[in-house]
Design a protein around this ligand. Structure first.
Ligand code: SAM
Length: 219
């Protein structure tokens, strides 16, 4: 794939329209999320041939059998994280890095892990090039990254069969985990709030469809 990093009027306009749709029709109310979505150039993650698709609310193949999540999914998960400037966030499933950019744009310090080497190598190069710096890791994120724990927030961008206990243990007290949980066809978005050392509150929300989270604590 050939990537080009130019933000033309056509893409600027399409991005503005998408953000308006997320706010007015899809129930995204967090102004920080909307501001980040207005800034991050989603077409930078597409081959130029497909730029016309970049600001539709659709998932899209990013190579290696993986997808860039729909803008609504990215906004929805980001909103559930209640991000504050300086939050230390673990993202499991870097993919092309679009979600990573949204988190960074919102002021988070991001640790992101991807299990597919080709995606990891590409994203680790592209993100700093377009101005987004994160800590990139290659490996099985279903176990989290214990060496850098605890985290204020953890976001999982692939569908898990259950909430891995090892992940909630890597949250700070007051921290939030956002993870899609279900079978491989459909998942419900789940948030887990770490209330104290041993107390957790779980909320089950809307249905989504993600690629599977593969690994030791997953499929
Ligand atoms: N966050 C991306 C975006 O901005 O659109 C989309 C991520 S894609 C839906 C899910 C990613 O999770 C894939 O790149 C996949 O390879 C990765 N993945 C699946 N299981 C994983 C695991 N155990 N550890 C790390 N990454 C994993």
């Amino acid at each position: 794939m050939a990537y080009k990093f130019i933000d033309n009027y056509r893409e600027k306009g399409a991005r503005k329209k998408l953000v308006k749709e997320l706010a007015e029709k899809k129930g995204i109310t967090d102004t920080n999320v909307l501001a980040a979505m207005a800034k991050v150039k989603r077409h930078y993650f597409f081959d130029e041939t497909f730029w016309a698709q970049a600001y539709l609310d659709k998932a899209f193949p990013i190579g290696d059998g993986q997808t860039i999540s729909t803008p609504y999914t990215v906004a929805y998960q980001s909103q559930l994280l209640h991000i504050k400037k300086g939050d230390k966030i673990l993202e499991i499933g870097t993919g092309c890095g679009y979600q990573t950019c949204i988190l960074i744009e919102m002021g988070a310090q991001v640790y992101t892990i991807e299990r597919q080497e080709a995606l990891f190598n590409r994203t680790k190069k592209v993100l700093p090039y377009i101005g987004y710096n994160a800590h990139f890791f290659l490996g099985d994120g279903s176990k989290g990254i214990a060496e850098h724990a605890p985290y204020d927030k953890i976001i999982v961008t692939a569908g898990a069969p259950l909430v891995p206990e090892i992940l909630v243990k890597q949250l700070k007290i007051g921290g939030i985990l956002v993870i899609p949980v279900g079978d491989t066809k459909q998942q419900k978005m789940v948030t887990v709030l770490r209330v104290s050392e041993n107390d957790f509150e779980k909320f089950v929300l809307d249905a989504f469809k993600f690629v599977p989270l593969l690994g030791e604590q997953a499929w």
